[in-house]
Design a protein around this ligand. Structure first.
Ligand SMILES: C[S@@+](CC[C@H](N)C(=O)[O-])C[C@H]1O[C@@H](n2cnc3c(N)ncnc32)[C@H](O)[C@@H]1O
Length: 266
């Protein structure tokens, strides 16, 4: 056991670096945002797995106060709003939020968008029933900071749901610039936390299974589900650049994405 639930947070610097990176990447995510906003049925992750198959969202979100941590272009919040929830999107990047605001106007849908860090959200304690992140804070913020913050924001009984790269994918992806998931373990498992890449200034965070469970539990969550995403044999990637990460053949054999569902103890 690593005792990592009490491990000090990362050395800092990641917020400024990720804000700059995402203000830069934002232009490449405009098309994806437009596409996802136009989708009536939510689809998730690299392989656009339909909600009807994956069941990421709670069965009924009507009337829930929801916060999307690292909302990007805020299409997840849009899906929640159309299902009767009251979402608030939080994101670091001015440029991503500019796309989100434009899409809100185009789709005639309005909900609050807060420019800020999911590790320190300027909103009151116990004000949400659902905290959700799809490749947002759950990937780009330090889990030792954003998980306690999600716990603070949720009401007792509130749910935390997040989808990110699988632990196995990260273990099978080397540290070199053009690394793609291979068929062998390419890095150490113990002490997974902060990930950096030689060709990019952004910082990602990934934990091992035990560390995730302990971190959630120490912050008052019970883990309700852990779902490993398996795309169908004819699945198509959401965007061509994702081919740099993983192939369909790999993702059919091993999980390349995972969904955690936890509930804040009452
Ligand atoms: C891949 S997007 C995920 C959002 C959405 N699902 C999408 O694909 O557009 C990642 C987002 O996380 C945001 N982000 C990164 N670090 C963050 C932090 N500490 N707090 C809030 N947002 C953050 C980035 O600005 C970016 O918009």
């Amino acid at each position: 056991m690593t005792g990592a639930a009490t491990r000090p947070p990362a050395d800092g610097g990641h917020i400024e670096r990720n804000r700059a990176a995402w203000d830069e990447y934002a232009r490449d995510f405009v098309g994806l945002g437009e596409f996802a906003w136009a989708d009536e049925e939510p689809t998730w992750g690299i392989w656009s797995v339909p909600e009807a198959e994956l069941h990421v969202l709670p069965d009924n979100v009507e009337g829930l106060d929801a916060i999307e941590l690292g909302c990007g272009t805020a299409y997840v919040s849009a899906w929640l709003a159309r299902r009767g929830a009251r979402p608030v999107g939080v994101d670091l990047s001015t440029e991503q939020l500019a796309t989100a605001r434009r899409l809100q106007a185009e789709h005639g849908l309005s909900f609050p968008l807060v420019e800020g860090n999911a590790e320190q959200v300027p909103l009151p304690d116990a004000s949400f029933d659902l905290a959700i992140s799809e490749y947002g804070a759950c990937l780009w913020a330090d889990p030792y900071l954003w998980v306690p913050e999600a716990a603070r924001l949720l009401r007792p009984g509130g749910r935390l749901v997040f989808l990110t790269n699988s632990i196995l994918l990260m273990l099978c992806t080397g540290e070199e610039a053009d690394a793609r998931a291979g068929e062998r373990l390419a890095r150490d498992y113990f002490c997974m936390h902060r990930f950096e890449w030689p060709d990019d200034d952004s910082v990602e965070f990934h934990l091992g299974w035990g560390d995730w469970v302990r971190l959630l539990r120490i912050n008052g969550f019970s883990v309700e589900d852990y779902m490993e995403v398996r795309p169908g044999p004819d699945a198509r990637m959401r965007a061509a650049f994702l081919e740099e990460i993983v192939s369909l053949d790999w993702a059919r054999r091993w999980p390349c994405e995972e969904v955690w569902k936890a509930r804040k103890d009452g």
